[in-house]
Write a protein that binds this ligand. Structure first.
Ligand code: G3P
Ligand code: CA
Length: 242
């Protein structure tokens, strides 16, 4: 059965990576949420996709140059014409504390490809442990060195490799990285690839799947999960899938 992960929360209908978006994911009946983590100047893990705050908030500048206190003043719903009021950028701790009593799974994407955040892996792992979420967490990153480190530091937490272009000899690579899953750009995914992965015990969770035709194709391929901006819509389509 294909799980539905709400991408950056329900980012198609709510301000991405905010508590409002995660709460909508739960209400919509998603199986999990996906979120992105960066570190502030004072080393706090915060939930925001870009390395800068410009696109999603009323502020400007790099996350790594702002203290947590400064960053919390920004409105991550600023681009939604007042529809969601003031939504601060969440601390990773805030999201996991909220998620722990729900049935949701969480995919924590470490955004450390452009900025080499010091000890991001250790900090994210510590929060997962604090809330006992080892069995409901998947770490992912386009930075595969970071995934290898997570695996070494916390072998009990699943890791998955994010990528845009097809990998050469993916199964040898995935085994070498000791990852349990791959999170490929959906256009690289074929039915044969999914069958091959599943035969080898590797989970396939393509991103970001929004168009009806593509969502339905991924359900037909029986991928392990999809990341989608509209979990409510995806759930409806899933219920109609034979
Ligand atoms: O984890 C899947 C997807 O979120 C990766 O791309 O840019 O939306 O973080 P991006
Ligand atoms: Ca992401």
């Amino acid at each position: 059965m294909t799980h539905i992960f709400a991408h950056r929360g329900a980012a198609g209908t709510h301000p991405e990576n905010t508590m409002a978006a995660f709460e909508e994911a739960l209400k919509a009946g998603a199986d999990g949420i996906e979120l992105d983590v960066q570190l502030t100047k004072d080393g706090e893990p915060v939930v925001i996709h870009d390395e800068t705050v410009d696109r999603t908030t009323d502020g400007s500048g790099w996350v790594r140059d702002m203290t947590y206190r400064e960053l919390r003043k920004l409105n991550a719903a600023a681009k939604w014409n007042g529809r969601y009021g003031h939504c601060p950028i969440p601390h990773l701790e805030e999201v996991l504390a909220w998620l722990a009593p729900t049935p949701l799974m969480v995919n924590i994407e470490l955004k450390n490809s452009l900025v080499a955040y010091e000890r991001l892996e250790q900090k994210a792992i510590a929060v997962v442990h604090r809330y006992g979420l080892e069995n409901r967490t998947i770490f992912s990153s386009f930075n595969h060195n970071s995934m290898r480190l997570c695996r070494q530091l916390a072998p009990e937490i699943e890791t998955a490799l994010l990528y845009m272009e097809p990998l050469y000899d993916p199964w040898t690579y995935v085994r070498a990285m000791k990852a349990e899953g791959v999170h490929p750009y959906y256009r690289t995914v074929t039915a044969a690839f999914v069958m091959d992965a599943q035969r080898r015990g590797v989970a396939v969770r393509p991103f970001t799947v929004n168009k009806p035709k593509t969502v339905k194709t991924m359900f037909a391929y029986k991928v392990d999960a999809i990341f989608t901006d509209d979990p409510r819509q995806a759930k409806e389509w899933k219920e109609k899938t034979p």
